[in-house]
Design a protein. Sequence first.
Length: 406
Amino acid sequence: MKRVAMLCMGLVLGAATAAEAQLTMQMSNGWSFTFAGNVNAFAVYDDVSEGGIASTPGGIVPAADPLSGEAAFGIRTGLLPAFAVFDAKGKEGETDLGVHFGFAPQIQCAYVGGQNPSVNEQGHDCFGAQIDMRQVFLTVGGGWGQILAGRELGLFGRQAILNDQTLFGVGATGGPDGGGTTLGRIGFGYIYPNFKAQITYSTSAGRPMQLSVGIFQPATNPPYTTVSLPRLEAELVYTKDQTKFWFGGLAQTNETPDIGGTSETATAFGGNAGVRLGFQRISLTASGYYGIGTGTTLMFLGGAAGAGVGSDDLRDSYGGYGQVTFTPQDSKVTIAGSWGISILKAADVETDFETKNWLASGGIYYQATKSLKVVGEFNYAVTDDDVDGTDMNKEIAPAVGLMLFF
């Protein structure tokens, strides 16, 4: 039995649903080829307060949304995109080789031109829609471990999203007119690790403890847009029976452009940790993070630095979530509830700045068949971008959907 998690490494990694690959071909040269993935669709009723809640490169901020203070209905992909995953694996001598391609589209179109999404303005057949090529990497391995080279989910913070119940639901929607996946708990309990170009070494799988260390394509962190060194990310995971502990970290040094022979250097770094404790019918999860200059929603994309320069200009961010799941004995139903928060503080050179976003989520997950999951979810999200706590925007988003893993 192979988990979709192992075939869709990344967002499907750690999935509770196990399913055989529908297509496996053994080739004459000793290589094997497999195809697997998932498709999901959710009906979402999105009721937003004045200002709404939407995702931007800088984080979760009040949105200039034509539906502010109103409600909208949509049918869309959840936090987990659909995945079509192709794997080829072989062994040459004592070396294990593999290549992996993961396509991750969503079912809905983005609304055209930012016009009123209360009218059907999605265009005809989603002309011009792009293929979301999230994963493309090769692996080289053996008894000494494995090297992964290519585009894959980052190490820092990935366990937080892979153990989050909203991975199998909607969570915070990111606004009713979103053209991509929903936010889930991204920016409401952890920073999105992103799918990034990397060369990562991992110790041998199949042991209780695994260490992964990688160098990554560095990201610009305005105004620090000159990147001459790779970003370092690391993760240590201990798994035994139904218990899992994880620790991770990152460090990246950027510079401002050299103007007049001078430039400023700043180093962003972060750390995260978490635990999942599994019992006979109950599972408890807790995850937290702290970063300087890492941002709060999409890593390094705005919100990480203030208006000045130098290390004092990097903003602190921290947060986490707690989660409990319950599965009655001999039942195909799992009930889950969680609460999480993300906070982005002012830099040392700033005064009036703070964002605080929290999400309460509850879900019922029915495993109708080995591959089919039926989901019902209720989400209540709050974003506060005012230091005195008076400017709060709220979102209520119940959702029902189907998820088919193959």
